[in-house]
Design a protein around this ligand. Structure first.
Ligand code: Z5A
Length: 210
């Protein structure tokens, strides 16, 4: 059997990542691979506590560097406690957001130099990078409209449209620069059309690595 793969799902707010994650898990399980499903920020007890600090409003004035370092602190723990052990056990790992989100939000969005993020990426992750990344892309207004139907906005959801536009363009730039890893899904379409694209991508990936 082929080595376990590390797959991430990225996109702006309300892109439909949760739905996509469930579908990916189903398709991978159908090929008899064990799957560990997780998310960032979070995925461990400490990571989930950091997530509350990062997303909640208790620390609304948090500095940009503090935010960046907390993302990577959560990630270091996530890799140590969950992701690496799962891969060693032979499980595929499916993660809702990973370091590309840091490049997109803290880098392109907040304006932190990408080279600083790359330094932390190398430090915290060593050689670990996702094998495959699905980017769910859609216009910002459409995503915010979908997400807005749910609950009170978190610390990120309160950002301006300009911020989210930079995040979206950042993701598209990363996808263009790494076509072998990225698959861009048109997430503006109706749910069943988005699901069809996701199934096509993951089934063909599973065929390729079989
Ligand atoms: N963040 C960061 O800054 N740096 C980092 O390094 C990391 C994260 C890792 C939390 O992430 C925040 O952390 C995130 C970036 C930052 N903030 N923002 N923005 P998160 O992933 O937990 O939070 P999120 O982006 O807010 O997730 P989300 O809003 O839950 O998005 P989603 O999972 O993509 O959406 P969804 O729940 O699947 O769908 C949203 C709604 O739309 C739902 O009602 C669906 O039924 C509906 N939907 C989904 N697809 C469709 C279609 N195709 N048509 C119609 N309706 C649809």
């Amino acid at each position: 059997m082929s080595r376990p793969r590390f797959i991430t799902v990225e996109g702006v707010e309300g892109a439909g990542k949760s739905t996509c994650m469930a579908l990916l898990e189903q398709r991978i399980l159908a090929r008899d691979h064990d799957v560990s499903v997780t998310r960032e920020p979070g995925g461990t007890a400490l990571g989930e506590t950091l997530r509350e600090l990062l997303l909640g409003h208790r620390h609304d004035g948090m500095g940009e560097d503090t935010e960046l370092l907390l993302m990577f602190a959560a990630r270091a723990e996530h890799l140590r406690v969950k992701i690496e052990p799962a891969l060693v056990r032979g499980e595929w790992v499916l993660c809702d957001r990973f370091t590309d989100a840091t490049y997109a939000y803290q880098g392109y969005g907040r304006g932190i130099e990408l080279s600083r993020i790359a330094f932390l990426e190398d430090w915290v992750q060593g050689d670990r990078r996702p094998d495959l990344t699905l980017l769910l892309d859609l216009p910002i207004e459409q995503g915010l409209q979908r997400a807005g139907k749910r609950s009170a906005p978190d610390r990120f959801e309160r950002q301006t449209l300009d911020f989210f536009e930079r995040v979206r363009q950042g993701y598209l730039e990363m996808a263009a620069s790494e076509p072998a890893r990225y698959r861009v899904i048109d997430a503006a379409q109706a749910l069943e059309k988005v699901s069809e694209q996701v199934v096509t991508v993951i089934d063909s990936y599973l065929d390729d690595v079989a």
